[in-house]
Design a protein around this ligand. Structure first.
Ligand SMILES: Nc1ncnc2c1ncn2[C@@H]1O[C@H](COP(=O)(O)OP(=O)(O)O)[C@@H](O)[C@H]1O
Ligand SMILES: [Mg+2]
Length: 247
């Protein structure tokens, strides 16, 4: 479904991606794990065509998106839902208007249909009836839920998550992880989650891919990953256990 080959990206002298190869299968949750500054967000932005690579290609359903013009890219982006870091809600809009935003931007649905879909999505993220609240009235975890409702409102085939649990305390992070898994199972979509949090990765991933020094250095199921003999992976796991806290 998504195939990344030989992806290179530098910013000035700084090499961020130095030959990323990764296949992201359909209908599964793939977690891209890496420390802060490893280039995870940069990689995610390539996948939706917000950044063009210096070299390499990214195919989505067989189409090389690095070659698309703005119009085709916009069309292609309708396949994607995105939950940005910190949920990135519009603070001046109600929860309902936040969730409705992609529907009003990309569809010609009648207002009553928009409202129906919004109500249904809010139910799916376990926030029924919260349409009239403002983002400032919500907890961090609730904001992520609203962000998730907005990310899936257009029924995307692929949902991308940038650090969905960062900054949440452990119970709240786990609640979001459960909801992500439940949503993925119910809808059977392709989920791509980037995180530096090992607990999140082990909890939700079908496949974990580790990004380190510009490349994918290990890839496999959480079980395979845990047993990896790769020293970079081992060091990362050891650090995570040492901390025993998130963040
Ligand atoms: N638009 C940009 N211009 C210059 N440098 C950037 C840009 N975007 C990211 N970087 C740099 O690329 C590196 C990787 O960033 P990022 O992908 O955000 O890391 P993370 O793995 O924490 O998401 C960082 O050193 C960052 O400063
Ligand atoms: Mg990031």
């Amino acid at each position: 479904m998504i195939e990344i080959r030989g992806l290179h990206k530098s910013f000035g002298e700084q090499k961020v991606l130095e030959g990323v190869d990764l296949q992201i299968p359909k209908g599964r949750t793939t977690v891209i794990l890496g420390r802060s500054g490893a280039g995870k967000s940069v990689l995610l932005k390539h996948i939706i065509g917000l950044i063009k690579p210096d070299k390499g290609k990214i195919s989505v359903d067989g189409i090389d998106i690095t070659r698309l013009g703005d119009k085709d890219l916009n069309e292609m982006r309708k396949k994607f839902g995105m939950l940005f870091q910190e949920a990135a809600l519009f603070d001046s809009m109600t929860v309902g208007d936040n969730v409705a935003f992609p529907l009003r931007e990309h569809t010609k649905l009648k207002e009553e249909d928009v409202r129906g879909i919004v109500a249904q999505r809010l139910e799916q993220v376990e926030l029924p009836g919260l349409e009239e609240k403002m983002p400032a009235e919500l907890s961090g975890g609730m904001k992520r839920r609203v962000g998730l409702a907005r990310a899936i409102v257009l029924d995307p085939e692929i949902v991308l998550f940038d650090e969905p649990t960062t900054g949440l305390d452990p119970p709240m992070a786990e609640a979001i992880e459960d909801l992500i898994m439940k949503t993925q199972r119910r809808r059977g979509e392709t989920f791509v989650v980037i995180t530096h949090d090992i607990q999140t990765a082990f909890h939700i991933a079908h496949t974990i891919a580790m990004l380190h020094e510009g490349r994918i250095v290990e890839e496999g199921s959480p079980e395979v990953f845990r047993k990896s003999s790769n020293p970079v992976v081992q060091a990362f796991l050891a650090r995570g256990e040492e901390k025993e806290v998130r963040g």
